[in-house]
Design a protein around this ligand. Sequence first.
Ligand code: ADP
Length: 336
Amino acid sequence: MFHKKSLKLAGLYLTIIMFISLFFSAAIYQLSTSELDHGLRHPDAGPAGVAPEYGLSRSTREALREERNAQYEESTDHVLNRLIVTNLMILVAAGFLSYYLAERTLRPIEEANEALERFTSDASHELRTPIAAMQSEIEVALMDPKLSSKDAKNILKSNLEELAKLTALSVGLLKLAHRENGQMLQESVSVKSVINSSVSRVEPLAKKKKIDFNTSAIPQTAIRGDEVALTEAVFVILDNAVKYSPDKKAVNIDVSHKKKRVTISVTDQGPGIKPDELTHIFERFYRADSARSKSTVEGYGIGLALAKHIVESHDGTIAVSSKPGKGSTFTLRLPA
Ligand code: ADP
């Protein structure tokens, strides 16, 4: 399909190039023949207004004219042949160039299309799972003539849990769509306030799991960007560190400012991430299986995709290093 579209666009490019080339070739041919006509068949009068043939015998004049006509024909043929060869060369070169340009033009559009298709199908799959669970529970309950009020309450409770999952998922999707399509503010943001706001957002869960934060001295540095978005990105990393860590395992937050770059590192002592999963965790909807975290910790694999998008929109980078069974370190680097 992509190949077919590229060929179509290349055909269009080629038509335009050949149209221009043929147009100029026709103009060159026209100009050359009229110059040759002027120079060979109708030469200017010589010095003192005397035609070059003046004083020659009639037969010599005829012979001269015939020779000039032959020269004219030969020269115009020569020009025509040259133009044909040049156009054929342009056709071949432009053919390759057009295909190359068409591929280059269409590749990002194709990739964006594929990403959108993948996103739509992943999102609908994620939405369908809790809906299907609710539907089957309700259907089974309705078919049971001896359904007690205790069973009904249990089913409602389970439905409520599925609804909470749906709400969390739709909030995550909305955030992602909002961040990906919306404009980021460009204001001076204090790193300290970003760290403090994200820590206070994750604190309730950390308290529940008795997880402490060891935070290094935060330099008084400012970043240019969107405070809400940057807080969201740091929150995602801290939330994961707490979410995936076992109880009572401290999380370290290290902030430094060197060479016009602010580095924020978050290290946990959680299950870690396997090397083959590391490359995927920033993809939307990807959830690693490490230490069975997928089945025990709730989530939809949206957080890190969101954090990566926010950090990259601020000309920053996000990286991870991890040792399975020992913990992970997520590092955000942002221009100060
Ligand atoms: P979610 O946490 O909602 O599943 P994320 O996009 O935030 O989605 O993370 C993607 C996956 O990366 C998670 O499912 C988890 O498997 C893995 N992951 C992220 N952070 C950590 C961490 N600190 N420790 C272990 N695994 C992590």
